[in-house]
Write a protein that binds this ligand. Sequence first.
Ligand code: PGA
Length: 262
Amino acid sequence: MKISNQKPFISGNWKMYKTIPEALELVKAIKGASPKLTEAELVVIPPFTILSEVAKIIEGTSVQLGAQNVFWEEKGAFTGEISPFMLKDAGCQYAVIGHSERRQYFGETNEIVNRKIKAVLAYELIPIMCIGESLEEREKEKTIEKVETQISEGLKGIGKEEISRIIIAYEPIWAIGTGLTATPAQAEEVHSFIREKLAEKYGNETASCAILLYGGSVKPANTYSLLKEKNINGALVGGASLEADSFIQITEDAIKAYKEKK
Ligand code: PGA
């Protein structure tokens, strides 16, 4: 699957929320709105238990499906893990890798992130690699250093063809689930740095096509101003993706911002 940043990319990370009936209600509402949202790439990222149910509902629509995590092996005695092969089988096109909650609570390192990215690419899933600094790192002015390390270690051994199938989400940890959002200027500073790094490694053309998402308390009130920034191509939305109305509003605002910056 080829990706492009011609449209804003809006993804909803449902985290560990939603029973099957709740998930179906939400995805049906998103599906209902999707014909008027075709100017965005729309992706829902439910918990594993709901993936195949959601896949059935969105089949034949523009809504796409992602998973929140993945293991790198195809199959085997790895109790509790889910493989890229299984995600494909459940109907996924995307897998989030290295979300800060996975790094923080489950010990995921850049090396693990790198292994997962490679495994996912081999199954033609699109990895959404998450990076971002803690509040302490920001206060000590270590943001760029942190992000640079996460990029270079997370993308170790990734070639030019592969990078064009990877999405990067910059999510400052201090902004996730806290209601604090990076200002558009703070987010843009890091996004433009990420694009520069990609340009250094893979050339300008490849870097200019990359999809760079912002995540961390994205909501209808801030989507437009974030998406107006040159290097922000979309959002990874947590809390505000759990309600259809706010997720749809975010998508509409992203479409509006994207049109105006072209
Ligand atoms: P939030 O989560 O929008 O609830 O801050 C974003 C994320 O963790 O991806």
